[in-house]
Design a protein around this ligand. Structure first.
Ligand SMILES: NC(=O)c1ccc[n+]([C@@H]2O[C@H](COP(=O)([O-])OP(=O)(O)OC[C@H]3O[C@@H](n4cnc5c(N)ncnc54)[C@H](OP(=O)(O)O)[C@@H]3O)[C@@H](O)[C@H]2O)c1
Length: 213
């Protein structure tokens, strides 16, 4: 299996490092292909860089580790390429206003997950995942001992669930399903009670995470 990671910033770069450390092949794409190429070179033979479209074509699973507005822009042209692919969405409903301030870009009751899922072709396998921790925690908490930290995910799709559980394990975390796409809002921030920000910064083990659900 190959995983495409679109966006090699805080989340995408961290995820690429974790997956490669776990032995998983990745194809990396960024806005500036030189950024993806530099990371691929750092990560070695399990990683390579490509354009967004070539990365999607080469992959079984595609992680959109970009801001929600960018995901929407990319899907406007690339959605048909995602037929039969696992689509992993870590986005929060956040963007920046004219002064550079981070703002919520959707109404309080609407999740980024519901927006992204609705833009996909019928044959895509959507899952909300890998956005439930702040990037620095995602970077530092992989393979935590003695109890791995949980990464929640949300999906209505069994194929996507099987794949994301494997990828979360490979990345060094414990997967736990928070619910379906309708529950994605619980694992997004701001506002999600199962997002790290809604848990006062805590990283939960499996028993704690089950209790939190
Ligand atoms: N940061 C966090 O703590 C955190 C936590 C949870 C969830 N999230 C979510 O994760 C997503 C990514 O956040 P981040 O902090 O990782 O962002 P980031 O560090 O700003 O990285 C964004 C990445 O997107 C790439 N990109 C921008 N436009 C693109 C395009 N048209 N095609 C391909 N790639 C493009 C950029 O490429 P270049 O490198 O070439 O500029 C960059 O690698 C967001 O949706 C955010 O809400 C973030």
């Amino acid at each position: 299996m190959t995983t495409a990671i679109i966006g090699t910033g805080n989340i995408g770069g961290t995820l690429a490092r974790h997956l490669v450390r776990g032995g998983e092949p990745v194809v990396l794409a960024a806005k500036d292909e030189a950024n993806a190429a530099a990371l691929a070179q750092e990560l070695g033979e399990l990683a390579r860089a490509a354009s967004v479209e070539d990365a999607i074509a080469a992959a079984d699973a595609v992680v959109f580790a970009v801001w929600l507005d960018t995901t929407k822009e990319l899907l406007a042209t690339d959605a048909p390429l995602l037929e039969n692919k696992i689509v992993v969405d870590p986005s929060n409903p956040l963007g920046f206003d004219d002064s550079g301030q981070m703002i919520r870009t959707l109404p309080d009751e609407q999740s980024a997950g519901s927006v992204v899922a609705a833009l996909l072709p019928a044959g895509a396998h959507y899952v909300k995942a890998f956005g439930t921790l702040a990037a620095d925690s995602l970077a530092s908490a992989a393979n935590r001992e003695p109890q791995r930290a949980v990464l929640f995910y949300a999906t209505d799709d069994d194929t996507a669930a099987t794949t994301i559980e494997r990828l979360i394990h490979v990345a060094g975390f414990e997967p736990l399903k928070a619910g379906g796409v309708a529950d994605a809002i619980r694992i997004e921030m701001p506002g999600g009670d199962l997002h790290q920000a809604g848990l006062n910064g805590a990283l939960l083990d499996l028993d704690e995470a089950r209790a939190a659900i």
